[in-house]
Design a protein around this ligand. Structure first.
Ligand code: TXE
Length: 485
C-alpha cells in the first residue's frame, strides 16, 4: 500500500482531505493484530462541511434526469467490478474475512447494489387515483428528501455501505455517509471510483470517525432529513432517541438471533451443507446467520454428530489462504466479547460440543482467530440463546413438536430472519404465517433477490430496505389533488 492509502482521508465535495482537527484513529489488521493505517477522527466541523457540500450539490443532482443518474450509477458499478481483486484484498485486510468471500460475495454485491438501483430508478413510478364522481384526480409526486445520512457497520463493509448509498443517490438525494471506524478502507476507496464515474462533487460525502462523535453529528444535524443505519440494537435505540424528536425518517437494521428450524422430512444433505454456511459464514458475523439451531428429536443425534464432524473440519487460517474457511474476527474487543459468551456456557448448563478456543495461526500469532464453536443448550431461555453473540458460535437443541419449535423460534426479542427445513407444504405455510421475523427462508439461506423487502421486526429494526421499499424510504410522497370542471 502507498502511504496515501494507509492514511485514509475524508471525501468531501469530491476532494480527499484530512480531518480539521488533525486527529487520527488507529486502523488494525485483524489477521495479525497490527496497526496498518490511520483514519480521520472527524468532528462536527467535518460533518458540517460535508453537509454544506451536499446542500450545494442538491439542486443540481435532484433535477438531473433519471437517465443521467442511472448512467452514473452503472458506471460506479463498473468501476467497482473493474477493481474487484484490489477491493477484495483491501476488504479482507481491513475486516479479517477470507479473500475468497470478499471476492465472491462482498465486492460483487457492492457493484450489484449500484447496478440494481441504477436500473430500478428508471422503473420507479408513483400512483394516481381518480376520484370518480368528484371530477378530481390525485397523483403522487415522489421527491428526494434532500440530504440523508447513511451509517454502516463493519461485518459486510462495502456491501452494506453501498446498500444504503445506492438507493439514496438513485432517488436524487445527496448523502453524508460514515462507514464503521473498524472497517473504513473500502468506503474510502469508493470515493475515487465515484469521481471517475462522473458523480458530481458533493453528491456523496464520506466522513470517517467514531460513532459517538462523527456518527452522532450526522444523526443530530438539522439539515439531515433521514438516517439509514445498520448496526447493533443498542446503537439503533440511541439513534432513534436522537432522531425521533427531530422528526427524521429512520430506517434501522439491527441485531438478530435467528432460528434455524430443522425437521426430519427435509433434504438432509442440502440442509447440512447450508447449515454449516449459515452458522459460520463471515466468522458468524452476519446479522442473518442462523445462530439458534432447533432440530426435530428423531434426527437430533444424527445431526449432532454429522454437524460437529463438519464443523471440526472447517479450517481457520489467514484470510489470504485459499483453504481458510474462517478468517479472523473483526477486532480484539469483539473477539473478547464472543469469548466471554463461550466461557459463560458451562454456568448456563450448556455443553461445548466443539471449538471454543482461540486459534494461533503460525506467523500471525496476534490475529483474532477463534475456532468455530457448537454449543448444546438445555433451554431456549439461556443467555446463549437470547443474546446476540455475532461470532462463530451456534447453539443447538432438540424439539418434539411443531408447536414447541415455533414457540422457541419466536421466544426472543429479535425478529430478523428464520430458516425452515422441511418438505411439508402445509407446515411451510403455517410457519411462514406465524414466525415473527421479517424474512423466512425455506430450504435455503441468504438467497437474496434485491427487489424483496429486507429488514426485521421486534428489536431487529424498523422499516425495510431493498427494491421499492428503499426508494420509497428515500423519497417524500406529496399528493396533488386537482378538481376540474
Ligand atoms: O456496532 P455499532 P458495534 C451487533 C453485534 C455487535 C454489536 C455491537 O451484536 O456485537 O452490534 O457492534 C456507528 N450515532 N451488530 O458496537 O456501534 C458506528 O460508528 C451514530 C449487528 O461495533 O452499532 C458504526 O458505523 N452512529 C450488525 C455503526 O454505528 C453510531 C452489524 C455500527 O456500529 C453511534 C454490526 C451513534 N451514537 C454489529 N454509535 C448488523 N445488524 O448486521 C455507533 N455508531
Amino acid at each position: 500500500m502507498t502511504s496515501k492509502e494507509t492514511y485514509i482521508q475524508n471525501f468531501i465535495n469530491g476532494n480527499f482531505q484530512n480531518p480539521k482537527s488533525d486527529e487520527w484513529i488507529d486502523n488494525f489488521n485483524p489477521a495479525n493484530g497490527e496497526v496498518y493505517g490511520k483514519i480521520p477522527n472527524s468532528s462536527k466541523a467535518d460533518v458540517e462541511e460535508a453537509v454544506n457540500a451536499s446542500a450545494k450539490a442538491f439542486p443540481g443532482w435532484s433535477t438531473t434526469t433519471v437517465e443521467e443518474r442511472s448512467k452514473i450509477m452503472l458506471k460506479i458499478a463498473d468501476g467497482i467490478e473493474a477493481k474487484l481483486q484490489f477491493l477484495a484484498e483491501a476488504e479482507s485486510k481491513d475486516n479479517g474475512k477470507p479473500i475468497s468471500l470478499a471476492l465472491s460475495v462482498d465486492i460483487p454485491r457492492a457493484a450489484s447494489n449500484f447496478r440494481f438501483f441504477g436500473h430500478a430508478i428508471t422503473q420507479f413510478a408513483s400512483e394516481a387515483h381518480e376520484s370518480v364522481g368528484h371530477n378530481a384526480v390525485n397523483f403522487t409526486l415522489r421527491k428526494p428528501l434532500g440530504i440523508v445520512g447513511c451509517i454502516s457497520p463493519w461485518n459486510l463493509p462495502l456491501y452494506l455501505f453501498t446498500w444504503k448509498i445506492a438507493p439514496a443517490l438513485a432517488a436524487g438525494n445527496c448523502v453524508v455517509a460514515k462507514p464503521s471506524e473498524v472497517t473504513p478502507m473500502t468506503a474510502y476507496l469508493l470515493g475515487e471510483i465515484c469521481n471517475q464515474a462522473g458523480l458530481p462533487k458533493g453528491v456523496l460525502n464520506i466522513v470517517h470517525g467514531l460513532g459517538q462523535t462523527t456518527g452522532q453529528a450526522i444523526v443530530e444535524h438539522p439539515q439531515i432529513k433521514a438516517v439509514s443505519f445498520t448496526g447493533g440494537t443498542a446503537t439503533g435505540e440511541h439513534i432513534a432517541r436522537t432522531a425521533a424528536p427531530m422528526f427524521k425518517k429512520l430506517s434501522l437494521e439491527l441485531g438478530g438471533k435467528n432460528p434455524n428450524l430443522i425437521f426430519a422430512d427435509c433434504d438432509y444433505d442440502k440442509m447440512l451443507d447450508t447449515t454449516v454456511r449459515s452458522s459460520f459464514a463471515n466468522q458468524g458475523q452476519i446479522c442473518l446467520c442462523g445462530s439458534r439451531i432447533f432440530v426435530e428429536e428423531s434426527i437430533y443425534e444424527k445431526f449432532k454428530s454429522d454437524f460437529v464432524a463438519r464443523v471440526k473440519a472447517l479450517k481457520v487460517g489467514h484470510p489470504s489462504e485459499k483453504e481458510s474457511k474462517l478468517g479472523a474476527l473483526v477486532s480484539k474487543p469483539h473477539l473478547e466479547k464472543v469469548l466471554s459468551f463461550i466461557e459463560d456456557a458451562p454456568a448456563q448448563g450448556a455443553t461445548i460440543l466443539c471449538g471454543g478456543k482461540k486459534v494461533t495461526v503460525p506467523s500471525f500469532e496476534n490475529g483474532y482467530y477463534l475456532e468455530p464453536t457448537v454449543i448444546e443448550v438445555k433451554s431456549n431461555q439461556c443467555k446463549l440463546n437470547q443474546e446476540e453473540i455475532f461470532g462463530p458460535v451456534v447453539t443447538m437443541m432438540s424439539f418434539k413438536t411443531e408447536e414447541e419449535a415455533l414457540a422457541m423460534a419466536n421466544e426472543v426479542r429479535y425478529g430478523l430472519s428464520a430458516t425452515l427445513w422441511t418438505n411439508n407444504l402445509n407446515r411451510t405455510m403455517r410457519f411462514s404465517n406465524e414466525l415473527q421475523t421479517g424474512i423466512v427462508w425455506v430450504n435455503t439461506w441468504m438467497m437474496r433477490d434485491l427487489r424483496t423487502p429486507f429488514g426485521g421486526m421486534k428489536d431487529s429494526g424498523v422499516g425495510r430496505e431493498g427494491g421499492w421499499e428503499a426508494l420509497r424510504f428515500f423519497t417524500e410522497p406529496k399528493n396533488v389533488c386537482i378538481q376540474y370542471s
